[in-house]
Design a protein around this ligand. Sequence first.
Ligand code: 5RP
Length: 233
Amino acid sequence: MKQQDHAKRAAGEQAASWVQNGMRIGLGTGSTVAYALEALGRRVREEGLSFSGVPTSIATEEIARRLALPLVALAEAGRLDMAIDGADEIDPHWRLIKGGGGAHTREKIVAEQAARFIVLVDESKVVQRLGAAFPVPVEVAPFAAAPVMEALRRLGASPALRTDETGAPVCTDQAFYILDASFEGGIEDPEALGPAIKNIPGVLDHGIFAGYTTDVLVGGEDGSVRTLKQSIL
Ligand code: 5RP
């Protein structure tokens, strides 16, 4: 196991330990959340833990079904007690870039329904300024990809269509494309940029999450977990 995976596992297991009987939980997407799902699977088997999970992607749903985690549709779950999810970057104001796995649209919908949004990261993802090292994923209708790229350039971005190893566009769970929008030097004002991107016709949603995070668990390579404190805005 890589050092970063030890850190991801530590954060994932800590989040799973916070789940209590009867809770309704949003289940995020990605390799860090996968460790939380595994830990939840163990708790279901060993302790008889009972909860209802709302998966944020087909990938998470498949893992959860393999682990026999109890699932429920978002429409039936209503308000969630908490959602646990990974992130690609987190800044001192707990704003995030998500969508490295292309699931940010459903992840944001689920985060919006959750009383607590618990973000699981390792140290490499804690940054001073969003976007300096990671592009903003933008989910677009395939028909709109070219004009959305133009509009993103006008916002100062260098967008690239996300492709797989064969060169074909990556398709999301909504059968949309992903544009990865790079901002040289990072993003000056994430709160302003997010709505500006969302306002472009053809955009379903983007990976800037501002105002959702309530708790942050930072996994360490030695298996420790530290809880971040939010800086005063
Ligand atoms: C998927 C996401 C993931 O949470 C994010 O990419 C982090 O993934 P990982 O835990 O594999 O590093 O936003 O859309």
